[in-house]
Design a binder for this molecule. Structure first.
Ligand SMILES: NC(=O)c1ccc[n+]([C@@H]2O[C@H](COP(=O)([O-])OP(=O)(O)OC[C@H]3O[C@@H](n4cnc5c(N)ncnc54)[C@H](O)[C@@H]3O)[C@@H](O)[C@H]2O)c1
Length: 339
């Protein structure tokens, strides 16, 4: 039996990863270490709680004694835990440094002492900065220099470099993945797709930043999970792997599609002042993971995959309504109230 430590498995991608892996690797055991920050939700893995192969540990990745204890039980670490929302990093960068930078270093230091374990650091295409709109052929490769622009992406870039430095200096078996924007079930409704869908269910307008022409490359979360599993099992230590869907859409195009699928008109769009420092375009060159590991997305095609995701939020109203009634209201008022 393989024993894996997952950090941040109560969030969006981490919880999808737990379900994805336990369904496909019957002889794996997973311990999920998560502090249940505002975006962590135990309901995301409620269906696994009776499974003897799964254990939830409520704790912080900066708790070194706890991390040391869990590290002894596992053979590999998949590290999702992070502060993950750009807008919150603009409101208050500090937690991003504490979790994304210091938390990652705490895990690596524990790993260094324990030795002999594989560490998969889950990162983002945002570390590369921004591409121009006028050059549609340009893409981020693994060799593109890092040029992060937000406190969020800067903290992720720092943690990527620290992780790789532990491979280079201490010989640890570290891999880094950099993925484009994910969509799918269990995404916290501050992120654009569940935000728009849940607002529309409530008959509220959708706040669209600036001119809406910023472009993102959308990948279904299960395609991301499949890529992570491939990298964990077959990736070369010390490597960076870009992961992307070749599914570029402007925010305006995304908004129109969501409105069309939900049968709502363009009058539901509320233009709001742009995000400061808003990156214009992200696009991923995923040739390395395709050629080395044979991975390709199979669940990300639009409009079907987007419509299925929208349907999940329609069918799981209880899940998001509870979230939207708590701390979220204060955040929403602060973020969009005066824009
Ligand atoms: N969402 C995307 O589109 C996307 C794309 C590429 C990469 N990523 C990366 O994937 C990872 C997961 O992203 P997500 O969208 O699932 O985020 P999320 O915000 O939904 O989940 C983050 C999880 O980490 C936990 N956490 C936060 N601080 C912690 C701490 N100090 N100790 C323990 N647990 C802590 C939270 O409770 C939560 O469960 C992040 O590292 C993010 O940078 C996300």
């Amino acid at each position: 039996m393989r024993s894996i430590l997952v950090t941040g498995g109560s969030g969006f991608i981490g919880s999808n990863f737990l379900h994805f892996v336990l369904a496909r690797r019957p002889d794996w055991r997973i311990v999920n270490l998560d502090s249940l920050s505002y975006s962590g939700n135990r309901e995301n893995h409620a269906g696994l709680e009776g499974d003897p192969r799964f254990r939830f540990v409520h704790g912080d990745i900066n708790d070194r004694a706890l991390v040391d204890e869990l590290m002894r039980e596992c053979e590999a670490v998949v590290h999702f835990a992070a502060e993950s929302h750009v807008d919150r990093s603009i409101l208050d960068p500090r937690p991003f440094i504490e979790t994304n930078v210091l938390g990652t270093q705490t895990l690596l230091e524990s790993l260094r002492r324990a030795g002999g374990r594989r560490f998969l650091h889950v990162s983002t295409d945002e570390v590369y900065g921004s591409l121009p709109l006028g050059d549609p052929e340009s893409r981020f490769s693994e060799e593109t220099p890092l040029n992060p622009h937000s406190p969020y992406s800067a903290s992720k870039a720092a943690s990527d470099m620290i992780a790789l430095s532990y491979q280079h200096t201490f010989g640890l078996d570290v891999l880094v993945t950099r993925c484009s924007n994910n969509f799918g079930p269990y995404q916290f409704p501050e992120k654009v797709i569940p935000l728009f869908v849940t607002n529309l269910i409530d008959g509220e307008p959708v706040p669209l930043y600036g001119d809406g022409l910023n472009v993102r490359d959308w990948l279904h979360v299960e395609d991301h999970c499949e890529a992570l599993l491939a990298v964990l099992e077959r990736g070369k230590g010390g490597r960076v792997y870009n992961i992307g869907g070749s599914n570029e859409r402007s925010n305006l195009e995304l908004t129109h599609l969501v409105l069309d699928i939900m049968g709502r008109g363009r009058e539901m769009i509320r233009p709001v002042a742009d995000r400061p420092g808003h990156d214009r375009r992200y696009a991923i060159d995923a040739r390395r993971i395709r050629s080395e590991l044979g991975w390709a997305p199979s669940r990300s095609a639009w409009p079907q995959a987007l419509a299925a995701t929208i349907q999940w939020y329609v069918d799981n109203e209880r899940w998001w309504r509870r979230i939207k009634s708590g701390e979220y209201r204060t955040y929403y008022a602060l973020q969009y109230g005066a824009r």
